[in-house]
Design a protein around this ligand. Structure first.
Ligand code: ATR
Length: 270
């Protein structure tokens, strides 16, 4: 039987879709472990599918219902910002929020994706260094913003941002370029990105293309440009191996899914 009482405090994740999310299992697992170890942790973590048309009501509703902490996932990492009472400096610099905390009746936005991503890559590959790496990043939404910001704080060589809509890629490029001397360029994500992808050392997918239930889709129309020299990272973790990662592995590339980043950002959230 579920041990939920009127004294439970609620944590949540908001997204749309939300069915794919592993965050409830992850956080409720940690809560159970803490309680089993005698550390009183009177929280329950629930998934909330928020309507795309009612972001304002949804975010304000978190305060109205006293939800203590909330993860924010696709596609709301930027959309929630106007409805928060405060945003911490790092999340403001990134321009995206993946964590909301209710503090003194104020909704405060944070970003744990950026550090979560970097920590997950460094802990997965023990001798790994970002030094002089050319990065190609697919997507220019909230997740991409966080990862790009974190990457500009590493000794990388360059970032190429490839996005379906060039406007969003260009906005992110000019935002980052104000904060960093690293060479950053924006491109439309098309069938024509072969040379950029081929020249990259690391390809990172931050788009939702290929996420459950659209498992047979990939953000790339062709995977011919991928070879053994690449590290391909997909922030998708459901499916465990996205089509992009499957195709990349077949071409001999090193691959990594989004579970590490999920765990990394979750640890910081918790
Ligand atoms: P999040 O905040 O989680 O990053 P988001 O801000 O909605 O979510 O960003 C989703 C990213 O996936 C965007 O880069 C989006 O491209 P657009 O900026 O052109 O919308 C990308 N994306 C979503 N669906 C896509 C699709 N079918 N094909 C290509 N890119 C897609």
């Amino acid at each position: 039987m579920l041990n939920i009482t009127g004294k439970n405090k609620i944590l949540a994740v908001i997204g749309n879709p939300i069915e794919h999310s592993l965050s409830p299992q992850l956080h409720n697992g940690v809560i159970s472990q803490l309680n089993a170890n005698g550390i009183d942790c009177n929280y329950t973590y629930i998934p909330l599918k928020m309507s795309i048309d009612h972001v304002e009501f949804g975010v304000k509703g978190l305060k109205a219902l006293g939800i203590r902490g909330c993860n924010v996932t696709v596609p709301f990492k930027e959309a929630v910002i106007p409805y928060l009472d405060e945003i911490d400096d790092y999340a403001k610099k990134i321009g995206a929020v993946n964590t909301i905390s209710l503090r003194d009746n104020k909704l405060v936005g944070f970003n744990t994706d950026a550090l979560g991503f970097i920590n997950s890559v460094k802990s997965k590959f023990s001798n790994f260094s970002f030094k002089n790496k050319a990065i190609a990043i697919l997507g220019a939404g909230g997740s991409s913003k966080a990862i790009c910001m974190a990457l500009t704080e590493e000794p990388i060589k360059s970032i190429n941002i490839l996005n379906r809509s060039i406007n969003r890629a260009s906005q992110l490029q000019s935002h980052l370029q104000k904060l960093s001397n690293i060479e950053i360029q924006a491109h439309t994500l098309t069938t024509d990105n072969h040379s950029i992808l081929n020249a990259a050392d690391i390809i990172i997918n931050t788009t939702s293309v290929g996420m459950h239930p659209n498992n047979s889709r990939s953000p790339l129309t062709s995977h011919q440009c991928i070879s053994q020299k690449h590290l391909v990272i997909d922030i998708i973790y459901n499916p465990f191996e996205s089509k992009l990662l499957y195709e990349s592995k077949t071409k001999g590339a090193l691959t990594m899914n989004g579970l590490g980043m999920l765990a990394g950002q979750a640890a910081l959230y918790f």
